[in-house]
Design a protein around this ligand. Structure first.
Ligand SMILES: Cc1ncc(COP(=O)(O)O)c(C=O)c1O
Length: 379
């Protein structure tokens, strides 16, 4: 018997894609995070951060959780808040889908839509500074602060990365995931470069995002991208970065629903396209683990709506051969991401990141407990 829904977070399956992945290529495995109870990978980081906040006395009974999130992290916090009895306030932006807004509300979260864009053309900075302001004004408030909190990547170092290594043993050749706050890519890459340094780590971003440098522009892929390189991401651990267009991401996600019966969101479509490219360059002994961070059911009104796709000027369908060709033609954005890093040490100050988060980060870095591991269990 399971005593709380929160105990079902993690231990998600690795799934092959036999219809799109040929037998003589590298073997693509999707780490399918839709099976988390909140429907996405963000349950892992949210749970770890809230547990640590309780343990450290930063979040007390009757407290309020305040966070900036375009959707998934907010939904995870709303679910956890409902299960544990906290008030939850989530700051979203106009890119947040109506399904995500409905999900936030169904868990009882209060939602604030931030409509003012920041100097990078996105809403990240305006959302974060308003969340920090509210956290100061509301009594007994706690800011998980996924963007500046190193517990975000620690969550993936401790859970997602270990699950992948335990399941794949030494056969993993390439790891691919999308990046925004850098939680998943930062934590998993640190783990892999510590215990399996031969694994090639690939980060996937949106054209228009600034995590791997480049010209800032608006983009439509939800959950991916940031105007700068997040603190949770150490670029020294990333071997290669791709930037994917909106249409490529959306069309690929739709193709996987039709051809494999796998629902995924656009950020995972972007990663899956890169996985198909890498597979064509490798042999069946090589496993390519590709994160599928959420399911497509939260994008029914956009990604899976023909009319919406046509309004964006996107194709509504693509056959498998064309998809594989599109993948083959992809070129890396950078093969040395450390050289294109865009860290902004001033932001913690200008966005008014809470002192408690900065102090805890220093403690994590000083203790280095998350950088070391005494033993590694491999099946
Ligand atoms: C669907 C989806 N994919 C990818 C990401 C990027 O993950 P991270 O913030 O850990 O870099 C997010 C983050 O919100 C997301 O919601």
């Amino acid at each position: 018997m399971i005593s709380s829904i929160l105990e079902t977070i993690g231990n998600t399956p690795l799934i092959t894609i036999p219809n799109s992945n040929k037998a003589d290529e590298g073997q693509v495995l999707f780490k399918y995070e839709r099976f988390n109870p909140g429907g996405s990978i963000k349950d892992r980081a949210a749970m770890h951060i809230i547990n640590e906040a309780e343990r450290r006395g930063l979040l007390k009974p009757g407290g309020t959780i305040i966070e900036s999130s375009s959707g998934n992290f907010g939904i995870s916090l709303a679910m956890i808040g409902a299960a544990k009895g906290y008030r939850v306030i989530i700051l979203v932006d106009p890119k947040t889908t109506s399904s995500n807004l409905a999900l936030l509300k169904c868990f009882g979260a209060e939602v604030i839509v931030v409509t003012e864009k920041d100097d990078c053309g996105s809403y990240h900075k305006t959302r974060i500074s308003l969340a920090n302001k509210l956290a100061k004004e509301i009594e007994n408030a706690y800011r998980p602060d996924q963007c500046f909190n190193l517990l975000n990547s620690e969550a993936h170092y401790k859970s997602t990365a270990r699950e992948i290594m335990n399941a794949c043993s030494n056969k993993i050749a390439v790891f691919i995931t999308a990046v925004s706050t850098g939680g998943q890519l930062g934590g998993i890459s640190r783990y892999l470069k510590t215990f399996a340094p031969q694994v090639k780590v690939i980060g996937v971003d949106a054209v228009g995002s600034g995590i791997f440098g480049g010209h800032a522009d608006s983009y439509r892929i939800p959950g991916i991208g940031l105007g700068w390189t997040p603190v949770n991401l150490n670029m020294e651990y990333i071997d290669c970065a791709y930037k994917i267009t909106d249409e490529q991401a959306f069309v690929t996600a739709r193709a996987f629903a039709r051809n494999e019966g796998i629902l995924m969101g656009p950020s995972s479509g972007a990663c899956a396209l890169v996985a198909l490219k890498v597979a064509q360059e490798l042999t069946p002994e090589d496993r390519i683990v590709c994160m599928v961070s959420d399911g497509g059911d939260r994008y029914i009104q956009t990604l899976f709506n023909d009319e919406w796709m046509e309004q964006q000027g996107f194709k509504t369908s693509i056959d498998l051969e064309t998809l594989r060709e599109m993948a083959q033609q992809l070129q890396p954005w950078s093969e040395c991401p450390a050289n294109v890093a865009n860290y902004r040490s001033d932001l913690a100050y200008t966005l008014d990141v809470p002192e408690s988060t900065l102090r805890m980060n220093e403690e994590i870095l000083a203790q280095s407990y998350f950088f070391q591991e005494s033993s590694l269990i491999i099946d």
